[in-house]
Ligand binder design. Structure first.
Ligand SMILES: Nc1ncnc2c1ncn2[C@@H]1O[C@H](COP(=O)(O)OP(=O)(O)OP(=O)(O)O)[C@@H](O)[C@H]1O
Ligand SMILES: [Mg+2]
Length: 574
């Protein structure tokens, strides 16, 4: 698994190859210059202090600021380039993930939790971003620095250098153990963060219900539990991380003390120059910081890998509705749509539709009626090809709809959903959502037909009034009428109205009804209606019960029978 993640991440890096190579060259320069600074200690002590050589002193005085000036430039370039690459890659991944989400099937969106997806798009991506910045820096800069410093140590005294070399692997043993623990904790932490996101989105979205039922305390309790669990995980992570450094430090100090003991003896005995001694230990101490970075390298890498794994999981999620090879766009709708023995279940659960067969002829109004949960909205979902039937097929002019591209199929249809959903944008934006590049005239025309023009013009911002999240700033009826205008502006061949008039009062219902009748003229309409007026006008009424068609016919035909239709009528459900 890790291998494929590396591969995928490398793919993203490829685009920035030249920048990355430049950054690596800068890093090489930085480590070389750092080595030079350490080496300067030797002539400083041996030549300047012991031999009192003024010429060397002036050279060193010139060398130090020059080296640091160059170091500054290279460090700046490397930091800029690495951040640039990290930002560009995460920008691309974020866009890719979002576009992919847009095309995933309804089943994914209704079964998963939005919070989890949001956590992946925010938290996980920011983890990845930090890691993309730091990991190459450690992998390249710190490795090179350690190599340069080790080189200097070998050059100054290979025996002591060898002894120090043995000490490093010993010091890294505990690190491996820490890493594993940190990786697990990080995984749990991410999951917990997703819980928090989920809770936030869900509970703040339903704040009116919370308030109405006086359940603020319950929500606060639920949130603080999730929050505390996250805190505890983070603290455990921090403890483990904080412990790994001192242990490394202590082991390093032991090794240095040991070498120091023998090295000082050599200097006192006159076998080694004081300049070499100080330069050697200068290098040995400087190795400590890059090594410490190594200690954090693996946990950081693991965190980044598990974050990438979760992001790539979204990218790998396959849409359920895939186009058949050679799928053609629908060019026209001529005769009819038929449901042919359609069976459907949402998940592994119960059948929601069983052997449903009926025909929607072009130009007809077909009404779907039945008790709540009988599968009316589900039929609309299948028509829009949000899902594929589990058995049977749906045909358009005799051709299975799966042979057509879903986009062209949906292009034929205009839909008003059971719960109108609006975007937190202007009225204008929401209506023109039905038709790209709609003119102002078309928008006002659609609004007039849907009977929204009068109330829109009364609003302070008119058509530019922003409707609030999910349209909260509008009344239920207003929302519904805007949703109708949005469907009308599309001028669809097939209109699907799911209880489109349920949120309207008697007066506006009458108006919308009249408007809808006008819109329905010459159009094929599937209407899921509870109102007698609409149902009566339908050319065909399909009566559903528990996912099966129990009857079908005109109002007169069905009313004569002592069936479900008449019962629903008497109960005033229709
Ligand atoms: N996304 C979903 N996942 C799983 N089950 C679902 C889903 N949507 C609906 N169902 C189930 O499918 C059945 C039919 O639902 P559907 O929404 O089609 O009913 P309906 O006839 O439109 O009812 P209503 O008149 O109340 O709107 C119900 O039992 C419902 O619980
Ligand atoms: Mg419904």
């Amino acid at each position: 698994m890790n291998k494929t993640i590396y591969k995928r991440l490398l793919e993203y890096f490829k685009e920035h190859k030249s920048r990355f190579i430049t950054a690596v060259l800068c890093m090489a320069g930085v480590s070389a210059l750092n080595g030079m600074v350490r080496l300067l200690i030797k002539p400083m002590i041996d030549k300047v202090f012991i031999q009192k050589d003024a010429g060397t002193l002036s050279l060193i005085v010139i060398a130090i600021p020059s080296i640091y000036l160059l170091l500054g430039v290279l460090n700046y370039a490397k930091n800029y380039l690495m951040s640039y690459i990290a930002q560009k890659i995460t920008l691309q991944i974020r866009n890719e993930a979002y576009s992919h989400l847009q095309f995933l099937s309804m089943r994914f969106h209704t079964s998963g939790s939005t919070g989890r997806v949001v956590a992946r798009l925010t938290n996980d991506i920011s983890f990845l971003q930090t890691a993309l910045n730091k990991i190459p820096a450690t992998a390249v800069l710190d490795v090179l620095t350690v190599m340069v410093l080790m080189g200097i140590m070998f050059y100054l005294n290979w025996k002591f250098a060898l002894v120090s070399l043995v000490a490093f692997p010993v010091a890294s043993i505990p690190i491996i153990k820490f890493t594993r623990k940190m990786r697990d904790l990080s995984r749990h932490g991410q999951k917990q963060m997703a819980e928090i996101y989920k809770h936030l989105g869900e509970s703040l979205g339903a704040i009116n219900i919370t308030k109405a039922f006086n359940r603020e305390k319950t929500e606060i309790g639920r949130f603080s539990r999730a929050n505390r669990d996250f805190y505890e995980l983070v603290i455990r992570f921090v403890k483990t991380e904080a412990l790994s450094s001192p242990i490394m430090e202590f082991l390093g100090a032991l090794a240095i003390a040991l070498v120091l003991f023998f090295a000082a003896k050599e200097v006192i005995g006159g076998y080694w120059s004081a300049g070499s001694f100080f330069a050697f230990f200068g290098a040995a101490f400087s190795i400590y910081q890059p090594l410490r970075n190594f200690a954090q390298f693996n946990p950081q890498l693991q965190q980044a890998l598990s974050a990438s794994e979760r992001i790539f999981e979204i990218l790998e999620e396959k849409p359920e509705i895939i186009e058949m090879p050679g799928a053609q766009p629908v060019t026209d709708f001529k005769k009819s749509i038929t449901f042919d023995g359609v069976g459907f279940r949402y998940n592994q659960g119960q059948s929601v539709l069983k052997d449903v067969s009926f025909e929607i002829k072009k130009g007809e109004i077909v009404a779907l009626v039945g008790p709540s949960g009988s599968g009316k909205t589900t039929i609309a979902h299948l028509l829009l090809r949000f899902y594929n039937p589990s058995s049977g097929k749906i045909c358009l002019d005799g051709e299975d709809i799966t042979r057509y591209t879903s986009a062209s199929l949906r292009e034929l249809m205009g839909v008003v959903t059971q719960e109108p959903v609006l975007f937190n944008e202007s009225v204008l934006y929401n209506i023109s959502y039905g038709k790209e590049n709609a003119t102002e005239e078309e928008i006002i025309n659609a609004a007039t037909i849907a009977h929204c023009h009068p109330f829109i013009t009364k609003m302070p911002g008119g058509y530019n009034t922003v409707v609030g999240e999910r349209g909260v700033l509008l009344s239920g009826g207003e929302k519904q009428r805007i949703a109708i205008a949005r469907a009308i502006i599309k001028d669809p061949k097939i209109l699907i109205l799911d209880e489109a008039t349920s949120a309207l009062d008697a007066e506006s219902e009458k108006q919308v009804q009249a408007a809808l009748e006008k819109v329905m003229e010459g159009r094929t309409t599937v209407i899921i209606a509870h109102r007698l007026a609409t149902v009566k006008k339908a050319n065909k009424i399909v009566v559903l019960e528990k996912g099966s068609i129990v009857d079908a016919g005109t109002h007169e035909e069905l009313f004569k029978k002592e069936g479900l239709y008449r019962r629903l009528h008497q109960l005033q459900i229709i």
